[in-house]
Design a protein around this ligand. Sequence first.
Ligand SMILES: CCCCCCCC/C=C\CCCCC/C=C/C(=O)SCCNC(=O)CCNC(=O)[C@H](O)C(C)(C)COP(=O)(O)OP(=O)(O)OC[C@H]1O[C@@H](n2cnc3c(N)ncnc32)[C@H](O)[C@@H]1OP(=O)(O)O
Ligand SMILES: Cc1cc2nc3c(=O)[nH]c(=O)nc-3n(C[C@H](O)[C@H](O)[C@H](O)COP(=O)(O)OP(=O)(O)OC[C@H]3O[C@@H](n4cnc5c(N)ncnc54)[C@H](O)[C@@H]3O)c2cc1C
Length: 613
Amino acid sequence: MGKSVNPDLAKARSQATFDPANLTNYLYGGPEKLRRKRYLPAFVFKELCTEMSLTDLCLIFLGLLTHVSDYLGLTLSIENMAAKEYKEEGFKSTDDMSREEAYEESMRRAVYTNKRVLQLNLQDQEEQYYFREIFVPGANPFALHYVMFKDAINTQGTEDQIQKWLPLAETYAVTGTYAQTELGHGTFLRGLETTAEYDVQREEFILNTPTITSSKFWPGALGKTANVAILNAKLITKGRNCGMQSFWVPLRHLETHQPLPGITVGDIGPKFGYHTSDNGFLQLNRVRIPRENMLMRYSKVLQDGTFVPPENDRLVYVPMTQFRFVVIGRSGWTLAKAVTVATRYSAVRRQSEITPGGGEVQILDFQTQQHKLFTQIASAYAMIIAAKAAKDLYDSAFSKMEKGNLEDLPMLHALTSSMKAFNTWEMATGVEQCRMACGGHGYLLASGIPQMYTDMVSACTYEGENTVMCLQAARFLNKCQEAANKGERLPQLTRFLQTSRLNISSSLDQDVDLNDIIAAYEFRAATVISEANARLNAGLAMGKSQSEAWNYASQLLVKAALAFSHWFTVRALIENMRGAGFDNSTETLLLQLAKLYALDGMLRYSGDFRKVG
Ligand SMILES: CCCCCCCC/C=C\CCCCC/C=C/C(=O)SCCNC(=O)CCNC(=O)[C@H](O)C(C)(C)COP(=O)(O)OP(=O)(O)OC[C@H]1O[C@@H](n2cnc3c(N)ncnc32)[C@H](O)[C@@H]1OP(=O)(O)O
Ligand SMILES: Cc1cc2nc3c(=O)[nH]c(=O)nc-3n(C[C@H](O)[C@H](O)[C@H](O)COP(=O)(O)OP(=O)(O)OC[C@H]3O[C@@H](n4cnc5c(N)ncnc54)[C@H](O)[C@@H]3O)c2cc1C
């Protein structure tokens, strides 16, 4: 039964000057990926939420047969208990539930999707994400398990440890979390107090949270869900502090789910959002784990307690860098969802007149409404496309790192840090703009936008608080500027510091040239980075220490990191739009969108652009 589409919406869509399928295929990585993305949720949704006759199921099964090449491994369990159980209970919105009830509902759905992902043999991370997103739209209690827990095993564990632990995680024999942050420290990792002292007699680590501030605090799934943690603690062996290392720490009994001896664990209470994620606290009272439970891919503790340091002590941070890429990518998609809701609403909402007596118009006809939304549509495209460009850089650098070549690690850390801050701040501002563009109805939970905001704005804080991440990126950019000042060779990504010149050919009465736009953003970034470096050196010239001068210049250093990210985003958007092989009408539209994004950015940061001429 076809759904009737609002005539205003249908009219707006009919006026498109391009074929949306071209864009959708591009955004999702091609028609094959798009089909699978659409098919999986539809398949399971139908399985779940409608009374299905055997005929229905056979039709679905026949439908599947046309994709037999894709779904060979698919086992259609018609009598699947989970499906039956779900059909009886169906979907319940969590909007009106207590936090406890909402968690339980999300857990019920998440457990269901975990079962189906295994039964459908879905290996692809993206497909798993699409699948889960339909059924657990808010924070998923297993989020840490799916991402950081498994990533930490894969990137920090030895091959033996991966062989031993990953199957347990993949089959949900254990449910994990990533426990690093403490009540007293989230940003300053060198301040973490939890200890892991090596007992050479028994070849065990003794884990301890010696103070209230050392209590692990915030990790997702710690409150109720997880029974194992990848826990970061200060390793002490032979009386020496060997820095932060990662450990596999059982938290709860695998059968009874009760906390194990020496473990005090629970939920940290209500939050601004992410209500269905049980962020928790953990105290360890001299809990013993075997030596083999330290993740020893990069650093080791030998039986006699000898510490073998990693080739680079930053490698322990790789799971955070990896997850920052997830955040960078999902920020654009979060904004895309919010602006889709707001744009559709603006096509069907009629309010006020433009011409007196002319009748109420679609609010999308107001130029102010178009400015609110079209700039956010452009921003969503820019973030999604820049994230793809950053990921390509990451993948090539990571493959070198896996072969032991760590030369790109500083650039990678700077790129992930600055882009994570830039994208999540832009996403937060954009989602809120979309909410307000819907008037009162945007304030209803039923619009979906408030939860997008309250859940996702936490990404400005977790995985590295944004200001701190900008300062991290600025360390790298400042080093590059110092090298540029000395005429030294720079990493490819920052060579513009030496080459950028402001030779703009466009004049105000012409249609702006895209190359001039890239040049303007490049020159703005180079100027702001150079200014931050000059302020740092001015601080040193005033007799300040390196760290005092750094603090003295820190506001400009943050701006430098954001200007760098903005340039990276504009360049990626324009270069990818030009090179994507679209038909003329689609490419024309997308380049118009890229110009809108870039020119809107110049207006929002007009101080920078005016200053650089
Ligand atoms: C809208 C988006 C939504 C996304 C949704 C995704 C789908 C849903 C899935 C999950 C739901 C969300 C779950 C949330 C999970 C959250 C988890 C966490 O938050 S885990 C904890 C995260 N914590 C941090 O990030 C801590 C941040 N702090 C640090 O990293 C460090 O303390 C520091 C700030 C970097 C400082 O480091 P340090 O004190 O060691 O010294 P520095 O002198 O600053 O640095 C020394 C040198 O080391 C280099 N460095 C530092 N870090 C790294 C790194 N990661 N990689 C490489 N190199 C690094 C640094 O550059 C210095 O080098 P030099 O400059 O000296 O050469
Ligand atoms: C929803 C959510 C989920 C989370 N999930 C997890 C998880 O699963 N596992 C986990 O380990 N952690 C998790 N965290 C914790 C998160 O990683 C920390 O909150 C984050 O690292 C920030 O640390 P903090 O809270 O101590 O803030 P702080 O670092 O105390 O930040 C407070 C203020 O101090 C400023 N500041 C701090 N250091 C500097 C500096 N050097 N220079 C300038 N300004 C500075 C910051 O900019 C900020 O304005 C989660 C947090 C949230 C909100």
